[in-house]
Design a protein around this ligand. Structure first.
Ligand code: P71
Length: 457
């Protein structure tokens, strides 16, 4: 059979409330044109994020009933720890309430002002947590990464020459760790190849620098390796994941992505001394090391989710549904980051709306327009999220790309929902020349995209 179906039946449904264009216009005004500030009940199709939005399986719900809510030594923790150890292979597994808590603990122990943390590309929370402790987050993707229309099978790779040059220039003592985000979420959900992970590891080993994976979408990355990298077609995704982690000294993980859970995360390391320091800090802010800010039932949901996400029928359907959206809008002329990622399609708003300059936030304008047109919520990944300020002049420097991300929640929407999204995007595309930019009227000092307020120009 050539039709790839959703490999599940639906047992529980959640109603979607329809809204009119007039209502949406009002909600936009009230939210200062920031889609983070819109109530979810006013959204028809929510593609804001694939984080924490998965539909849990009957096995996950069943496991939650086994949740042991003991403060110390919970049986749920040991089940969770066993699964994480088996798939990820690290010695120490420290649960946290979500990914950024793992990041904060790791960076506040390893990083000081003057330090530099290179990555293929940092996502917003890793960058912000590194900068918050006074260190510098540096992105070293391969050059193809910044060219949305160019195809590359592993566009998430790190530029290893640039990594070597950076280490030589600043000295390894200023680099407490190197990170690889799998998949690379800031520009396309693009995978990192096994060859690249191996090469980055070799460079790190040469200079005695630990390598960490930001493992949020590890299963999707492993499946891309299976599909695209020579020598992996016959291996299971689980084996491929094991190999990916075998080159790393630790990882941060948001279980809200490839953990198929609605909350949770963890931090892993093989270093006993570091693990002790991490647990001390964990107790201070997250909780005792056998729950780390999570309920026992959350640990159960993650333990099952991490197994289900490695099911290759699931991954095949996941990629097919993302690709379906990408292919249909790209064929109609909408510029997208090529090739489609695993968890999302990214529209190149810079190319689609060339009449809007970067500092009038074309991707924000497009995201607002999709909401206005059809109640679809997406997220801006452009100068609102990643714009910087010149430390000398105070002038705003735009991000390298202006993207709108349509992130697909796991196991939530059917093909007709995606058809509706395609129709809406094509309607907006037809009238793209009429879309105007925005200016920011209020913003927070960091992670401004969550709360900023805008005004149409
Ligand atoms: C995503 C998110 C969550 C998010 C972020 C910003 C706006 C809207 C939603 C979170 C990630 C991530 C990577 C690669 C660490 C985190 C933090 N992504 N690394 O993509 O993608 O994890 O949310 O559990 O704290 O929508 P956390």
């Amino acid at each position: 059979m050539k039709t790839i179906i959703e490999p599940f039946r639906i047992k529980v449904v959640e109603p979607i409330r329809m809204t009119t264009r007039e209502e949406r216009e009002r909600y936009l005004r009230e939210a200062g044109y920031n889609l983070f500030l819109i109530k979810s009940e006013h959204v028809i199709i929510d593609l804001l994020t694939d984080s924490g939005t998965a539909a849990m399986s009957s096995e996950q719900w069943a496991a939650m009933m086994r949740g042991d809510e003991s403060y110390a030594g919970s049986a749920s923790f040991y089940r969770f720890e066993a699964v994480v150890r088996e798939i990820f292979g690290f010695k120490h597994v420290i649960p946290t309430h979500q990914g950024r808590a793992a990041e904060r603990i790791l960076f506040s122990i390893l990083c000081r002002p003057g330090h530099i943390v290179p990555s293929n590309t940092h996502f917003d929370t890793t960058r912000a947590n590194i900068e918050y402790v006074g260190a510098e987050a540096v992105d070293l993707p391969i050059p193809e990464f910044y060219k949305p229309s160019v195809y590359h099978p592993f566009k998430g790779n790190m530029d290893t020459e640039a990594l070597r040059a950076l280490i030589r220039r600043v000295g390894p003592e200023r680099i407490p760790l190197v990170m690889l985000t799998v998949t690379n979420n800031s520009g396309g959900g693009q995978p990192v190849s096994m060859a690249n992970i191996r090469e980055v590891k070799a460079i790190c080993a040469e200079y005695g620098i630990p390598l960490y994976l930001d493992a949020c979408r590890f299963a999707e990355n492993a499946y891309f390796i299976k599909l695209r990298e020579e020598g992996y077609a016959e291996k299971s995704v689980r084996e491929i994941a094991r190999e990916m982690f075998s080159y790393a000294d630790g990882c941060t993980m948001s279980a809200k992505k490839d953990g198929l859970a609605n909350i949770g995360g963890f931090l892993c390391t093989n270093d006993d001394r570091l693990a002790q320091q991490e647990k001390n800090l964990l107790i201070l802010t997250e909780g005792f090391p056998t729950y780390g800010g999570l309920a026992g039932r959350d640990l159960e949901a993650i333990a099952v989710g991490l197994q289900e996400v490695l099911d290759e029928d699931y991954l095949q359907y996941r990629f097919a549904s993302t690709r379906y959206l990408g292919r249909h809008i790209a064929e109609a002329g909408v510029p997208i980051v090529q090739p489609p990622g695993g968890h999302a399609i990214y529209i190149d708003a810079g190319a689609m709306l060339p009449h809007i300059p970067p500092l009038q936030y074309p991707a924000q304008a497009l995201a607002v327009e999709l909401y206005r047109e059809a109640g679809i919520r997406s997220v801006e990944i452009g100068s609102v999220m990643f714009g910087k300020r010149d430390p000398q002049t105070g002038e705003e420097i735009p991000a390298p790309m202006e993207l709108v991300r349509l992130a697909i929640p796991r196991r939530v929407y059917t093909q007709s929902h995606i058809d509706y999204v395609i129709e809406a995007i094509l309607e907006v595309y037809k009238r793209r020349e009429t879309i105007r930019g925005y200016r920011i009227v209020w913003q927070a000092p960091f992670l401004r995209h969550f709360t900023a307020r805008f005004e149409p120009l």
